[in-house]
Design a binder for this molecule. Structure first.
Ligand SMILES: NC(=O)c1ccc[n+]([C@@H]2O[C@H](COP(=O)([O-])OP(=O)(O)OC[C@H]3O[C@@H](n4cnc5c(N)ncnc54)[C@H](O)[C@@H]3O)[C@@H](O)[C@H]2O)c1
Length: 263
């Protein structure tokens, strides 16, 4: 039985993934950490009977007590680095879904994973459809270098653009020459109207109640526009990818990023 500690257990992803983990035969949530909801029984949070495991606040203390096989990290952009540092320092493999990590964070995680000889797996998006959207977008970018991304998320999301948009831009930049899109003399009447600029590609982050997570990648060509779009209908779309990562992480070496690298 794989013992999983969920960090961010009171949040949307923490609850949905925790419930999904407990419905598997080969794994189980053994501890739940969050800065909110202290004392709440996770069984109630998962919509079933109390399980006798309650939310606690101190991640290191919980790891030391239950000795999990893996920590599943779904907190937020501000908390994630501290959690990863604490988890690796206790030589516990870590699967990270929180977004907002930058290049310097990834460099530090890579070093820590080597220093503590403990694997870390990070995916900005655990949904298979989103992984395919990124792969197809990279292919399309070879032929259509005029690209804009529109990504839509709920209004509690802290980081912009989304981790998925960031990875998509990075993947497309590998096959696209850097150049500024739009009219050479274009100007903005309201600052930010043309969106974020990543090597000349544009990204627009919409944050509204009602949305979960969607992304469209638009490729403009002469007389045609190609759109590649992925919509997250509910949080269950992330579960198969998260379960795969939890089962595989202990076999990895150092830092591995991206679901496509363990599928
Ligand atoms: N990789 C993916 O496929 C994927 C999918 C959806 C969301 N996400 C990301 O996962 C993260 C969580 O998303 P969510 O929708 O569940 O957010 P949420 O706000 O519902 O939950 C985050 C939880 O983390 C807790 N938290 C904050 N600081 C903490 C700390 N220091 N220690 C412990 N817990 C702490 C909060 O109290 C909250 O309960 C975000 O970064 C989001 O962008 C990733």
């Amino acid at each position: 039985m794989l013992k999983v500690l969920v960090n961010g257990a009171f949040g949307r992803m923490g609850r949905a993934m925790g419930a999904g983990i407990n419905s598997q035969e080969d794994m189980q949530v053994v501890a739940a950490v969050d800065v909110k909801g202290s004392g709440s029984d996770i069984g109630i949070l998962y919509g079933c009977e109390p399980l006798g495991i309650v939310i606690e606040e101190d991640l290191s203390a919980a790891i030391n007590r239950v000795k999990p096989d893996v920590v599943l990290e779904f907190t937020n952009a501000q908390a994630v680095m501290k959690s990863i540092r604490a988890t690796l320092a206790l030589k516990t493999p870590c699967v990270v879904g929180s977004t907002g990590l930058g290049e310097s964070d990834l460099a530090e995680i890579r070093e820590l994973a080597i220093k503590y000889n403990t694997p870390v797996f990070i995916a900005a998006n655990f949904a298979l459809g989103a992984v395919l959207m990124m792969r197809f977008s990279q292919e399309a970018a070879k032929y259509f270098p005029n690209i804009e991304i529109i990504e839509r998320h709920h209004d509690n999301k802290l980081d912009a653009p989304s981790g998925t948009a960031g990875v998509t831009l990075e993947m497309m930049s590998g096959v696209r020459e850097v150049f500024a899109q739009g009219a050479p003399n274009e100007f903005e009447r309201i600052p930010g109207s043309r969106g974020g600029d990543y090597q000349g590609m544009r990204v627009h982050s919409i944050r509204l109640p009602g949305y979960l997570a969607s992304q469209e990648v638009l490729f403009g060509g002469t007389g045609q526009v190609l759109t590649i779009r992925h919509d997250t209908i509910n949080h269950n779309c992330f579960l198969p990818g998260v379960l795969l990562a939890l089962r595989k992480v202990s076999t990895l070496k150092g830092l591995v990023c991206g679901l496509e690298n363990i599928m």
